[in-house]
Design a protein around this ligand. Structure first.
Ligand code: GPW
Length: 867
């Protein structure tokens, strides 16, 4: 059906173009209109939720006009688009971000005040959109912000989970998970009931011959409908407003259901509907872990198939030849979760569009790029062949064919190496056989990237080494992660943003973060330092109030705030931190009152969710709370030590916490090859004594526990906090940028990690004596029933200390002494903070997106004119 308005009537549309409000009066009119019409309320029953709703609707209307215009312009110009496929988008709140990005927050503030509301209270009414677990999902959200800000034609594709990451409550010191139903009122999404795709599961494959050609036809099984929900993504200081399309599952209203319904089988037709809706019901709450559940595979195919149908439909509208597909479309796979997209596109091209296999495969591989985010073996996706066969029978055949052709080329290139075929096969010949998704993603993409320099080096020499030999090094690259300075500085820390703007020639730095380097000229400016320190203090006061309100504990904002907020994971080592806190407590207890007076007061702040099935992570949370319960009411230590666990850490809480940190902890076990340390970080001087140890060319690390990059480290430094960390992930690049005198590094290097673990297993494993005392104290019952924590202690004492808590303990404690000492010299501390911020330009996600655009996507920005 032609839905376009005929030429003669278009004048009436143009005459009535909607122009959004630009001043306070215009804004107030819109708010009142929405309260009184859209919400059907009045000034007599307008609470903060209603004020939030109306304000959001007023801003949404503004976004929509730019959004429509952006989409029209992109369609008209028919330029290449980027599609970012991610199972997670950890967006947080939208209103504050929208107000800042369109540059009308001040107007809204004044307008709301006229109408009887404080803007902070209104912003706080919004529920976080928490469709992600941690770093991977937040990275996707930062990338969307940068794509729009840089005017790239780009869409995100994801799942519209009815329940995002669970809400965490702490009850009696334990984590309790509560469902997060966030869709009650969500003004930021537009249901597109007219944009639906039927998604097939199960069934069988039949061969059919038509026009002398044999084709495979996938028949039978069941159909689930995907419905599109669109979310506008505004860029900062640009009209470009991109689209995030999230798919929701629904029973297909096909003939079959009607028959059931009419024949009186009402219950089973409702049950079918519920089963269909289950697909997009809930986000899997695991971070860095794949559990191989059938429903998860269903989610993956459902989302990938709907997205590809949508992308192909859009491409076909322009009636271009198929070979131009990669000139129009770049698809980025956020980890292996969307890898089935490779198979699905091949299926569409061969089975449905009738292209030759080789022609189709060339198109497919030119279209996709794959980002790897971890080398943790338990996070690498593998699916049992039997499960794929059952759910997606045609896809399994295509995977086997992809593998066959791939292995044939490998065999040609390495005729004398039988073992390489076994090693690189997409099908692992185990019991049961498994599909190795990362290998499929590599074979089906033209570029593969890691997310930090060290991580990218590591994947090329360990888990993907054979593929570098097969394809050559050019297929592999690095794009070091980044964060958006709009949310993580301007929105989270408006006063610091304003102060920086006053020294850097206005707010341009928010679009070109390298302009921060101008701060260097002002490091010695006394007044500037004073204002900087005042802002930090005010942010700490704000956090102290939150701590008081939520935990009842009073903390002193003048104390050193030491923060570790991230998902709870043994490799991230919150246990090392809490053992260090206990050590500090014991040290304070052993002092005389006179000695105590010389100590630096400290608040240790933790936050983060444990995966519901991760028992050890939950024990760690319990220990932190148990230590807090004892320490916080001990008058001997008073203000010298407080231990806080902040409930339900999420994006909006991070926006309050990051600006309030003095020092933050990024202390995962190092797990990299020494060779790389020598090659790629020569700037780390030998004054960091641990670098001098070892120095042999060891075997490549295969079972290391390091994370890939880490991104919260960037948020903390950008907000004028210092960090304590291991030589792991992006800490290394941060050190290179800000200089090693501005970061507290500690711990063993990765080249020692293998040997240390080995010695734990086979040699006498002596525990650090200070850590031993900490364990003894726990076992005495000082922090509650010792049995509750016996597994955590046994992991170190008896089970090989895989995460090297004991090996790093001394270095960690010593380095914290250096932190205390450095903090005493407030003037110098602030100078370090300013110097660090001045060097953070590299870590903007704008730089990441420009690198992806140039090296992987080959896309150009498209500027949309303002209304
Ligand atoms: F296992 N990351 C994450 F690689 O937050 F898929 N969740 C995940 O499931 C995975 C990775 C996965 C994180 C990495 O741990 C972190 O190092 C990195 O900074 C972040 O992804 C973004 O690249």
């Amino acid at each position: 059906v032609e839905a376009s308005i005929p030429e003669p009537q278009r004048e009436a549309w143009q005459r009535n173009q909607i122009t959004g409000f630009t001043d306070k009066d215009g804004f107030e009119k819109e708010v009142v209109r929405h309260v009184e019409t859209t919400l059907a309320r009045s000034m007599f029953n307008c609470d903060e939720i209603a004020a939030y709703s109306a304000t959001s609707l007023a801003f949404r209307d503004r976004l929509v006009t730019h959004w429509n215009k952006t989409q029209q312009r992109q369609t008209y110009r028919d330029t290449k688009r980027v599609y970012y496929l991610s199972l997670e988008f950890l967006m947080g709140r939208a209103l504050d971000n929208a107000m800042l990005n369109v540059g009308l927050k001040d107007i809204a503030k004044d307008g709301l005040s006229d109408l009887g509301f404080r803007i902070e209270d209104v912003i706080k009414q919004e529920h976080d959109a928490a469709l992600g677990n941690g770093g991977l999902g937040r990275l996707a959200a930062c990338f969307l912000d940068s794509l729009a800000t840089l005017n790239f034609p780009a869409w995100g594709y994801g799942l519209r989970y009815r329940y995002g990451i669970f809400k965490q409550e702490i009850i009696d010191g334990y984590q309790v998970e509560v469902p997060d139903y966030w869709l009650d009122f969500n003004p930021w999404e537009f249901p597109r009931h007219d944009v639906t795709v039927d998604i097939q599961f199960f069934g069988q494959v039949n061969k059919k011959t038509a026009d002398g050609k044999t084709v495979s036809v996938w028949e039978g099984g069941e159909i689930v409908q995907a419905v599109a929900y669109d979310v506008p993504i505004p860029g900062y200081d640009t009209p470009t407003t991109n689209n995030l399309r999230l798919w929701s599952s629904k029973a297909s209203g096909g003939e079959f259901d009607f028959q059931k319904f009419n024949s009186g089988d009402y219950e089973s037709s409702v049950a079918d509907q519920q089963r269909a809706e289950t697909i997009s019901a809930v986000l899997y709450p695991n971070d860095n872990l794949e559990r191989g559940k059938e429903l998860r595979l269903k989610q993956q195919y459902f989302w990938v198939a709907a997205s590809l149908y949508d992308i192909v439909r859009r491409f076909k509208k322009a009636k271009r030849p198929w070979r131009e597909f990669p000139d129009q479309v770049a698809i980025q796979l956020n980890d292996t979760h969307p890898t089935l997209a490779i198979v699905e596109l091949q299926r569409i091209l061969v089975d449905i569009e009738g292209l030759e296999w080789d022609v189709a495969w060339e198109i497919v591989t030119s279209t996709f790029g794959y980002t790897n985010h971890t080398v943790l073996p338990e996070a690498l996706e593998k699916w049992p062949v039997g499960l794929v066969q059952h759910l997606l029978p045609r896809h399994l055949q295509i995977i086997y064919d992809i593998n066959l052709y791939f292995l044939q080329t490998v065999e040609k290139a390495f005729p004398n190496d039988r073992d390489i075929l076994r090693r690189v096969s997409i099908i692992e010949e185990s019991q049961p056989k498994m599909v190795r998704m990362a290998f499929l993603a590599i074979v089906g993409s033209h570029k593969v990237n890691g997310v930090a320099e060290l991580h990218s080096d590591l994947i090329q020499t360990t888990i993907f080494k054979d593929f570098v030999a097969i394809y050559g090094p050019d297929k592999f690259t690095n794009v070091t992660n980044g964060i958006t300075p709009r949310r993580w500085l301007h929105q989270a820390n408006p006063r610091l943003s304003e102060l920086i703007a006053s020294k850097c020639g206005g707010y341009e730095f928010l679009k070109d973060l390298t302009l921060l380097s101008q701060l260097k000229q002002h490091v010695d400016d006394k007044q500037f330092r004073k204002e900087w320190a005042e802002i930090k203090y005010a942010n700490k006061v704000r956090l102290a109030k939150h701590i008081k309100d939520t935990t009842g504990v009073v903390v002193n904002p003048a104390a050193l705030f030491d923060v570790q907020v991230k998902r709870i994971h043994e490799y991230k080592r919150q246990q090392l931190n809490i053992f260090g806190v206990i050590h500090r407590y014991l040290t304070l207890k052993a002092m005389t009152p006179e000695e105590r007076k010389t100590q630096m007061p400290r608040v240790s702040i933790f936050g983060g969710k444990a995966a519901p099935g991760y028992w050890m992570a939950k024990q760690i949370i319990h220990l932190i709370n148990s230590v807090g319960a004892v320490v916080n009411k001990d008058d001997d230590v008073g203000d010298l030590l407080k231990v806080i666990f902040l409930e339900d850490y999420n994006v909006s809480k991070a926006e309050m916490i990051c600006p309030a940190s003095d020092i933050s902890e990024h202390i995962s076990t190092a797990g990299t090859e020494y060779v790389y340390l020598q090659l790629s970080i020569p700037f780390i001087s030998t004054s960091y004594s641990f670098v001098e140890n070892g120095g042999h060319d060891g075997e490549a690390v295969t079972d290391n526990s390091q994370r890939a990059s880490g991104t919260s480290n960037m948020k903390f430094v950008l907000n004028g906090g210092l960090i304590i960390g291991t030589l792991d992930g992006a800490n290394i690049e941060i050190t290179r940028e800000i200089g090693e005198s501005n970061i507290f590094l500690f711990g063993n290097l990765s080249e020692d990690v293998e040997d240390l673990r080995h010695s734990h297993t086979y040699g006498a494993h002596t525990i650090d004596p200070d850590l031993d005392k900490v364990f003894d104290e726990i076992e005495k019952g000082t922090f509650g029933t010792p049995h509750d924590f016996s597994a955590m202690i046994a992991a170190v004492r008896q089970h090989g200390d895989y995460y090297l808590v004991s090996d790093d303990f001394h270095s960690y404690i010593e380095t914290h002494h250096l932190v205390d000492k450095a903090y005493r010299n407030q003037d110098e501390w602030i100078a370090k903070c300013i110097r660090s911020v001045a060097c953070m330009g590299f870590f903007t996600s704008d730089r990441c997106i420009n690198e992806y655009a140039e090296e992987i996507w080959n896309v150009e920005p498209l500027v949309v004119e303002r209304n």
